[in-house]
Design a protein around this ligand. Sequence first.
Ligand code: SAH
Length: 225
Amino acid sequence: MTPRLRLQPEAVGVGMTSQRVRDRLVQRLREAGIADENVLNAIRTVPRHLFVDEALATRAYEDTALPIGHGQTISQPWVVARMTEALLQGAPRKVLEIGTGSGYQAAVLAALGLEVYTVERIGDLLRQARKRFRHLGMNVRSKHDDGRVGWPEHAPYDAIIVTAAAPALVEALVGQLAEGGSLIAPVGGASAQSLVKLTRRGDGGIDEATLAPVVFVPLLSGTLD
Ligand code: SAH
């Protein structure tokens, strides 16, 4: 797939967050096994420093998760890259993310030219993420809701990505997958999970694969303002 990067260049800051610093992160991801050039290119292009508090901007291109408030985190770039790589394997067009958080993962998906829907349960985080999408000229559709019910109005999705951990895959989300579509989600307990990829085959069967050990914040019920 050819990435269609839709960022407005003037919206992308430079300086301590220079291209060299970003290239170093991309090099590190390459060394850590990320091979999809479209994914690496999207990570190079999306200004991660705009998705964290200014005080943390100097650390934005380290391969580490960072706090975004409300006890939540922006995922580690390697995890974002790995999930995105897994998602692109099915050549999706329309994708749903559960757990908008900072909006970074959604922005990476949008930079790849995908039609992105994202759901977040914490209103304050969603408002900040929406500002970032607007600032970057990104067309990401978002909703304030408990994402465990998915977003049925726009289903089916070619891929669904869950960026918060649950003890098991969420049935309602599996039901919103298109034929041939994949659900990628961290499954396990509070302290550690496995990244699981479930694919809904054309013949009605289900394939499941475990991709990597990961650590995510928990998928919680209900919404907060
Ligand atoms: N994808 C995010 C990572 C955010 S961390 C990023 O790129 O920054 C996980 C996010 O999932 C948190 O913001 C948390 O509030 C949200 N979350 C947890 N349970 C949820 C649920 N049931 N529905 C929607 N969002 C949820």
